[in-house]
Design a protein around this ligand. Structure first.
Ligand SMILES: Cc1ncc(COP(=O)(O)O)c(C=O)c1O
Length: 377
């Protein structure tokens, strides 16, 4: 029987072990930020081989507090790519600074170092490169700019959890790396995130900012200003349970990407830009197509959701700019992510591939172009 159920772009997958982990925390009766958070931080430092991990309620707050922990705030500017989830830029504003948008490379979708160098101002203090969808940003080139202008680098690794470049784990290669455990990420704690850093000073500042200006909750003395960005142990327990699933999910992400590429790569209107090497992976299979919007509408009519890239930040009302960002325009106009929930089946992937192939086949028929080999099959 052919099933025509909806195939969403991405839905989080939670199981009995996840609910049991949360239940046990509730039964234990410690629901504040505590032992589950410490245990998760310990697991993260062991996995990534860095000395410090600090849990955070989200990647947006992680980036904001990391910038503050590095002394960045009012009167400062921070370079961010013009194509990213809006949280990268909002985090800069939450820290009190102002983002400067930088164009992206339309092939890697990541911040363009030559445009970054051009846009540095006197008050620029940091670069927040995004490893978009697990593709490593050009850190070696960005480091040169940072060195020249005395900037810090905070890696937005929201979409690069456990992806790698030739240098190692993304998010461990600069002053700090910020991660997301939001529901559309490869693992989730509902909302959530964390920071990895090799700097004890940054770690301590993050803990103070997270908990009302103090390093230890056993003290009611608050030496500096801090806030409440603590993560409950219920969320940390869920994060720990999901973290166990990460290696299998990465393996499946690679398989899903391979199946899509094998099924679609002979279609000239679909451009698969290079996949990360050296142990990297894509969190969500992506491609570019000039016909993206028509394709997405066609798939939607058949119950399949293709997710277009976000509008570039210079076209978002909150960050509107009249400056030219040609790479960002191209990426956000043509880029999209294929359906890829952690439990997507091979049959569902096959249906997505068939539906996309039919779309392009029919377009050729309409334009009278039937010359391409694969449409004669
Ligand atoms: C590149 C990027 N940066 C930042 C964020 C913000 O993360 P969060 O939703 O955990 O605040 C996200 C996604 O949510 C993202 O994809």
């Amino acid at each position: 029987m052919i099933s025509n159920h909806e195939i969403p772009w991405f839905i989080p997958v939670l199981d009995g072990a996840d609910s049991e982990a949360v239940r046990q925390t509730v039964v234990r009766g410690f629901v504040n930020e505590g032992p589950e958070n410490r245990a998760f931080e310990k697991e993260l430092t062991a996995y990534f081989g860095v000395p410090y991990a600090v849990t955070m309620p989200s990647c947006t707050t992680a980036i904001a507090l990391t910038l503050k922990a590095l002394g960045i705030g009012h009167g400062d500017t921070v370079l961010v790519p013009a194509v990213t989830f809006i949280g990268t830029a909002s985090a800069v504003r939450l820290a009190g600074a102002e983002p400067i948008l930088v164009d992206v490379d339309p092939v890697s979708f990541n911040i363009d170092p030559s445009d970054a160098a051009r846009r540095v101002q006197k008050n620029t203090k940091a670069i927040v490169p995004v490893h978009l969808n697990g593709r490593p940003a050009a850190l070696p080139a960005l480091r040169k700019i940072a060195l020249q202008h005395n900037l810090v680098i905070v890696e937005d690794t929201a979409e690069g959890l456990a992806s790698k470049s030739g240098e190692g784990w993304l998010g461990t290669l600069s002053d700090a790396g910020c991660f997301s455990l939001a529901p559309t990420k490869i693992i989730t704690s509902g909302q959530g995130g964390f920071v990895l850093t090799r700097s004890e000073a940054v770690r301590d500042n993050l803990i103070r900012l997270r908990d009302h200006g103090r390093l230890s909750r056993s003290s009611d003395v608050h030496p500096v200003t801090g806030f409440n960005f603590k993560v409950t142990d219920m969320q940390a327990a869920l994060a720990r349970s999901q973290f166990k699933k990460l290696p299998a999910r990465i393996q499946r992400s690679r398989e899903v990407d391979r199946l899509y590429m094998e099924g679609l790569r002979d279609i000239p209107e679909i451009i698969f830009t290079p996949r990360p090497e050296n142990g990297g992976y894509l969190m969500w299979p992506d491609f570019k197509s000039k016909q993206r919007d028509a394709l997405a509408a066609d798939l939607r009519a058949q119950g399949i959701t293709l997710r277009p890239f976000w509008p570039a930040l210079h076209n978002q009302p909150a960050y509107a700019s009249k400056e030219a960002y040609p790479g960002a325009d191209e990426a956000s106009r043509e880029g999209c992510w294929l359906p890829c929930s952690p439990n997507i089946t091979d049959e569902e992937i096959g249906r997505v591939i068939d539906t996309i192939r039919r779309f392009f086949g029919e377009n050729y028929k309409q334009s009278g172009d039937m010359s391409r080999e694969h449409y004669k099959k």
